[in-house]
Design a protein around this ligand. Structure first.
Ligand code: ATP
Ligand code: MG
Length: 390
């Protein structure tokens, strides 16, 4: 597809540079090339992407960018900066720009940034499936158990369709929790990305119960290595557009990397699963700090404390104080949890009145009652920007 660029530059040298950069994108056209002194009142509706050389200490420019990015009809804005510092990223986030690019803007860098842009169809129907990611603060804290049982309760109580996606690509264990021997996994979707439509997606999902379906993780560790962030981005965006599902719950596992940041980017809510141990809580705090640094701290993140024992070493007040926020829900510890996992029978199904399930029901109720906000940020690019800072 043709990409139509508009350039706004500060110096003629940079105009020349940006024009060269755009030529590296096949089938691209330049519709406007203009000095920052001549910014238009409204952006050209024929433009797909604005590439703008950012000028520091120019409040008028900041205001113009803010106005442009808050207009839903305006094309996305990419900033070109001499270097990308944390301060720049924070500012850019506040201004609502899509990407920050610094010298040298290689073909790959710009191509990737373009691929991250939502498609026209995305913008039209975004939010059809509300995506919620479950991220473990540490291995073994119960992320998969919580995600599976909340998915079950959500489907049961809302009577709406829920899709559970196992994105712990290496060690996905959702199939065991449901005692499923699925014929297909996410790898089949990756291999057939070109044919991905609603029928195909339906045909590869495992039906756990009437309103709950599972997209399992690959069965072999080496298969996980073949999945790229770009492929995952396409699959998750496609799921988000499906009108057949009210919820897309994702078991992200406990790693933060280029792959697992995809569901975090595309989720309306991220639930951090922790246990009441110092290592898990310290990790939770670090994760919250990272998310805060990325500009995403706030209502889009909640903490669930699993394996909770009210008589344990730490009180809930102490934990809230340590984390600097209130824990959304606690889930009691019980030996029956381990048993249910080993039997491949969901506790929420076999013992719905169990205290653990009463706690999990609160998490499902939170999802049903909460008017979740959509995030439109591209975390990996922000992270990459932070890593590359001087
Ligand atoms: N509420 C609970 N009470 C008691 N034990 C629990 C509870 N939740 C989880 N467990 C125990 O923790 C183990 C790990 O649970 P689970 O596999 O869901 O964790 P995880 O965070 O997904 O682990 P992994 O890092 O391997 O992905 C279970 O086998 C179970 O025995
Ligand atoms: Mg797990």
């Amino acid at each position: 597809m043709k990409t139509r660029f508009s350039i706004y530059y500060h110096t003629p040298e940079q105009e020349e540079y940006l024009q060269k950069v755009i030529k590296t994108i096949p089938d691209s056209t330049l519709v406007t090339s203009e000095n920052l002194a001549h910014l238009p009142a409204r952006l050209n509706s024929e433009t797909d992407v604005v590439l703008l050389e950012y000028q520091e200490d120019n409040p008028l420019l900041d205001r113009w960018i803010q106005r442009a990015t808050s207009d839903s009809k305006s094309p996305p804005v990419f900033l070109f900066l001499p270097e990308v510092s944390t301060e720049h990223l924070r500012k850019a986030l506040r201004l609502g720009v899509r990407e920050c690019l610094s010298y040298p803007i290689t073909h790959e860098l710009l191509q990737e940034a373009l691929e991250r842009l939502p498609t026209f169809a995305d913008q039209g129907e975004a939010g059809a499936t509300r995506m919620v990611s479950f991220l473990g603060c540490k291995g073994g804290v119960g992320t998969s158990f919580v995600a599976a049982n909340v998915a079950y309760l959500l489907a049961k109580e809302s009577k709406e369709k829920v899709l559970l996606v196992d994105l712990d690509l290496r060690y996905g264990e959702q199939s065991y929790l449901f005692d499923a021997q699925p014929r297909y996994t996410i790898l089949d979707v990756v291999e057939n990305l070109g044919n991905l439509d609603s029928h195909y997606l339906q045909s590869v999902l495992h039906i756990c119960q009437e309103n709950l379906q599972l997209l399992p993780a690959p069965t072999r560790i080496e298969e996980a290595e073949t999945v790229t962030p770009g492929q995952l981005d396409k699959i998750l965006r496609f799921i988000r557009l499906q009108s057949g599902y009210s919820w897309g719950l994702v078991d992200v596992g406990d790693r933060i990397d280029e792959i697992t940041l995809k569901p975090l980017e595309l989720s309306e809510l991220v639930i951090l699963v922790a246990s009441p141990s110092i290592p898990a809580l310290s990790n939770a705090k670090k994760l919250l700090e990272l998310l805060n640094l990325l500009g995403l701290e706030g209502t889009n993140f909640e903490v669930v404390l699993n394996c909770w024992d009210p008589k344990g070493d730490l009180s809930q007040e102490e934990i809230d104080k340590f984390l600097g926020r209130k824990v959304m829900a606690t889930v009691a510890a019980s030996p029956q949890v381990g048993r249910s996992i080993n039997e491949g029978k969901l506790l929420a199904e076999t013992s719905p009145r169990h205290p653990v399930c009463q706690d999990l029901r609160k998490v499902a109720a939170f999802l049903m009652g909460e008017n979740l906000k959509e995030t439109g940020f591209f975390l990996w690019s922000w992270m990459a920007g932070l890593r590359g800072r001087k």
